[in-house]
Design a protein around this ligand. Structure first.
Ligand code: TXA
Ligand code: MG
Length: 327
């Protein structure tokens, strides 16, 4: 077979016609050149393995031109995918998802997951949009260096493929980051230009090399914020608040109970600051109560709430104020 190198901007239609006929086409991406076939055509995809001398057990990435195409490629797509897509697609990120029945086993090497990526290269996306999503590995002979120019591809694969679209040098130059979203914790299977730190901003935690990296979703969330300058604990109920108070008082700690008015009887003559009655009162009053308490007392004991919604939100702040200490 004769192999032609053609300028990408003039040969997209010819390339799309080849793909529709079940042939292979090499196309540029921002990472490395890819060796593409119609991802829905198992026989076409099988040619990729033959041309590259690629082991049959190594799955291929499916390249898309629009996020919407994901519906034909993957199923049970988690929200995280769409968040990542919004930030990093098009770009050098491949995401592993559960495969759809429309994707033949040749693409996934028999597995039930599929890698998906949207390349940040206009020729690649134009070719895809004029033909099909493309299953494609790097366009090198198996085990050889990945190609970042059309010439690299020609040196490796001349005679095996009909057409190489020349789109110039690849701008990123290494293969995409591969992120598995089918695990409990998103896992980096192959590092790339999209780093764990960059992913963390979107997915909250990432596993890489067996190590789990986490960050809080909002800056500063990981620190003990809202903490009073004096020792503070939360109390599971008013009885444990009272018991803690008496213990602290006996130790000379100058304690105060911060609680709702409904417990005034139980708190009795002990030092106290009122949070009002309802969850809304509690929420509105909590910071002021803590400000007041830290000026006058040596030890703050805050009544916990155990309901949903607003009560949970305000408990998030109380837990931080208490540094997680609960009695
Ligand atoms: O930047 C890139 O990703 C380039 C361009 C052409 O898009 N492609 C590329 O493909 O590097 P390839 O086949 O050379 O490398 C794909 C990597 C392989 O390590 C493969 O095992 C892994 O992704 N992979 C693909 N599908 C997978 C899946 N379903 N589960 C786990 N790993 C997968
Ligand atoms: Mg490769």
């Amino acid at each position: 077979m004769q192999t032609f190198i053609k300028k990408a901007d003039t040969a997209i239609l010819e390339a799309a016609a080849l793909i529709k006929r079940g042939e292979l086409v090499v196309f540029p991406t921002e990472t490395v050149y890819g060796l593409g076939a119609n991802a829905f055509d198992g026989q076409a995809v099988a040619k990729i393995f033959k041309a590259k001398g690629r082991p049959q057990d190594n799955p291929l990435i499916v390249h898309i031109s629009e996020i919407d195409e994901i519906k034909n490629i993957a199923v049970d797509i988690p929200d995280g995918f769409y968040k990542l897509a919004e930030r990093f697609m098009p770009g050098p990120l491949t995401v592993i998802l559960k495969k759809s029945d429309k994707i033949p086993c040749e693409v996934t090497a028999g597995g039930d997951t599929v890698g998906v990526r949207m390349p940040d290269n206009k020729y690649a996306r134009e070719l895809i949009s004029k033909s099909f999503p493309l299953a494609a590995p790097s366009a090198n002979r198996s085990k050889h260096i990945s190609p970042t120019t059309a010439e690299h591809v020609y040196e490796d694969l001349a005679g095996e493929i009909p057409l190489i679209l020349d789109g110039g040098e690849c701008s990123v130059g290494i293969e995409s980051t591969v992120l598995d979203l089918t695990c409990d914790i998103p896992t980096i299977l192959r590092p790339g230009a999209i780093t764990a730190e960059m992913l963390l901003g979107i997915v909250g935690e990432v596993s890489e090399n067996g190590r789990v990296i986490k960050i809080a979703k909002a800056p500063g969330m990981k620190y003990t914020h809202y903490a009073p300058v004096v020792d503070t604990v939360s109390a599971k109920n008013i009885d444990s608040a009272v018991a803690e108070y008496d213990k602290a008082a006996a130790q000379g700690k100058n304690p105060v109970i911060v609680a709702r008015d409904i417990y005034r009887d139980k708190v009795s003559e002990r030092e106290q600051i009122s949070l009002g009655i309802t969850a809304e009162d509690y929420t509105r009053n909590i910071y002021k109560a803590l400000h007041d308490a830290e000026k006058k007392y040596g030890y703050i004991i805050i009544e916990e709430l155990h309901g949903e919604g607003l009560e949970q939100s305000v408990m998030n702040r109380v837990t931080k104020a208490a540094g997680g200490k609960s009695v």
